[in-house]
Write a protein that binds this ligand. Structure first.
Ligand SMILES: [Zn+2]
Ligand SMILES: [Zn+2]
Length: 110
């Protein structure tokens, strides 16, 4: 486990990112549902529910967060027509914004 956590202050990069961060490296090992210049949505490799991830390593302000969650809600309503809820808790990676959509009544715990 050699973790080099040098702060990447490379000039010209528009987005903050952390080479050790799972969400920044974003390996496409699960199906992706959506992506644009701000976010991507894929099945979480841990819980297999749709997860939205901001492309920037950090946390958006409340206004932007609402917009981003709107994207997740759109995808979740197709995936879970019976109902779903948004789980905003970042258990594993607290400093990189992401949120899960969970099926109604179908997922509790971590
Ligand atoms: Zn997950
Ligand atoms: Zn990150």
């Amino acid at each position: 486990m050699g973790s080099e956590s040098e702060t990447a202050s490379t000039s010209g990069l528009p987005l903050a990112s952390d080479p050790d961060c799972l969400l920044c490296t974003a390996e496409r090992i699960t199906p992706w549902h959506y992506e644009d210049e701000q976010v991507w949505v894929a099945d979480c490799m841990v819980c297999s529910t749709p997860m939205i991830v901001w492309r920037t390593h950090g946390l958006p302000d409340a206004e932007l967060e609402k917009d981003l969650l709107g994207v997740l809600e759109r995808i979740a309503s197709e995936r879970y027509p019976e109902g779903f809820w948004i789980d905003p808790i970042r258990r594993r990676i607290p400093d990189h914004w992401h949120a899960h959509a969970r099926p109604e009544g179908g997922f509790f715990g971590t």
